[in-house]
Design a protein around this ligand. Structure first.
Ligand code: NAG
Ligand code: NAG
Ligand code: NAG
Ligand code: NAG
Ligand code: NAG
Ligand code: NAG
Ligand code: NAG
Ligand code: NAG
Ligand code: NAG
Length: 336
């Protein structure tokens, strides 16, 4: 066996583990972190090549041979497409370089087609790069991963692996992850955001959001999440956006709490509406809520926080008291 075919077999094996555990094991971050620390790049071309074509042992043909011939499609009056592939089979090898090349304030939609792979980079979509779509190949095969924390990045708000400041952002079939160490009880400065969404009219279809404390910074603007998978421990969906989450899976990865114990060690949401004149809030419709720990549905981060769960199934990890008011009873008042 050549060195190349040994590493190929390893990569295939690890990818198979990753695929089979991804949706079942609520904490693939650990697996990923180990992989990344070991210097692995999850190479989907190798993976698919191996599985689909059974190439003769150890003999690798040109890595780009299987690249879809119609990507990127030609530009037209409404849409431009850019392509990102970690092996250099098309326009860009990093997501950020593709974002940087988009014209400022383009009226057209720019689809950034991102091939399968783990993109270990911190990505910023500035306010000027509006109308961008990140099109991944599946939330278990395409991911943008970084590991900043509040401590390492001048505060929680800047710790996002991806930060979107532009309007009309769309993401499809891709995961956003923060693989910083999971905070232990009482740890300070370990908040680690997977994505911050600060533009108006963003939409996420079939996306994954992976982290522990403060995974999804749903900061401001109107946002829609459909068929998404969101993992975290404390306040893992937080911010002052006006958002609808439909058909999503919310998975707590807080430490398990023994039956009969009353301690609470996590919260799904921390909405941040500070005034009665705002109309922001999080609405969860037809979602499911499960995982580990004993957690609140939400903590009222600001005086007028609003969160609604409707037609949502919840496991018994939710503490019966439901909500936490940050020790400010005025935040308990009912009404919209
Ligand atoms: C423009 O290109 C996009 C992406 O390739 C395609 O989906 C769309 O149908 C095209 N529109 C027209 C009017 O050709
Ligand atoms: C595309 O835009 C060009 C230039 O603005 C225009 O001449 C052309 O008719 C447009 N094509 C379509 C299909 O709308
Ligand atoms: C991307 O690659 C395609 C195909 O090679 C090419 O036609 C297009 O001009 C490239 N776009 C950019 C922005 O480099
Ligand atoms: C976009 O604008 C910034 C300044 O705001 C400039 O530095 C950059 O070169 C522009 N990018 C493009 C692709 O035009
Ligand atoms: C592009 O963004 C502008 C400003 O946010 C918006 O008015 C326009 O409808 C967007 N265009 C497309 C094609 O989404
Ligand atoms: C992120 O990962 C790199 C590489 O493993 C490491 O050097 C760095 O300390 C990590 N940062 C944080 C905040 O954990
Ligand atoms: C996402 O991936 C699923 C399964 O891989 C596929 O059926 C679906 O069409 C994709 N959707 C988008 C918007 O890319
Ligand atoms: C963050 O920084 C503070 C102050 O330097 C320190 O006490 C704390 O342990 C750090 N937290 C982590 C998770 O590194
Ligand atoms: C509720 O969510 C489930 C799982 O995502 C989906 O299969 C079902 O169609 C949804 N029901 C409605 C009424 O949208």
């Amino acid at each position: 066996m050549s060195l190349k075919s040994i590493s190929l077999t390893l990569v295939v094996a690890i990818f198979a583990v990753l695929e089979s555990t991804f949706m079942i094991n609520p904490n693939p971050s650990l697996i990923l972190k180990q992989l990344i620390e070991l210097g692995f790049t999850i190479d989907a071309h190798l993976y698919y090549h191996h599985h689909n074509k059974h190439p003769s042992k150890g003999k690798l043909v040109n890595i780009c041979d299987d690249f879809p011939p119609d990507i990127p499609p030609p530009d037209n009056n409404t849409t431009s497409t850019l392509c990102v592939d970690p092996n250099g089979c098309c326009n860009f090898t990093t997501v950020q370089s593709a974002v940087d090349s988009v014209a400022n304030f383009s009226q057209k939609r720019t689809i950034i087609w991102i091939n399968s792979g783990i993109y270990y980079e911190k990505v910023i979509v500035p306010r000027t790069k509006q109308n961008i779509t990140f099109q991944g190949q599946g939330c278990t095969s395409t991911a943008i991963v970084w590991n900043d924390t509040a401590n390492s990045s001048h505060g929680t708000f800047y710790s996002g692996s991806v930060q979107v400041f532009s309007n009309n952002f769309i993401a499809k079939n891709i995961s956003f992850m923060n693989v910083a160490p999971i905070p232990g009880p009482g740890d300070m400065g370990a908040q680690a955001v997977a994505i911050r969404i600060s533009g108006d009219q963003a939409a996420f279809w079939g996306c994954g959001f992976f982290g522990a404390q403060d995974t999804l910074h749903d900061d401001r603007g109107r946002h829609y999440f459909k068929d998404c998978y969101i993992q975290g421990s404390i306040d893992f969906i937080f911010g002052n956006a006006k958002s609808l989450y439909q058909d999503c899976q919310l998975i707590s990865m807080a430490n398990p709490v023994a039956a009969g114990q009353r301690m609470i060690n996590g919260a799904v949401t921390a909405h941040g509406r500070s005034s009665k004149d705002e109309n922001t809030g999080f609405a969860f419709v037809n979602c499911s809520l499960g995982g580990t720990g004993r957690i609140w549905l939400g903590r009222a981060w600001r005086p007028f926080s609003r969160v609604v769960f409707a037609f949502t199934s919840m496991s018994d990890i939710i503490a019966p008291e439901g909500w936490n008011d940050f020790n400010d009873p005025t935040r308990d008042q009912y009404g919209f």
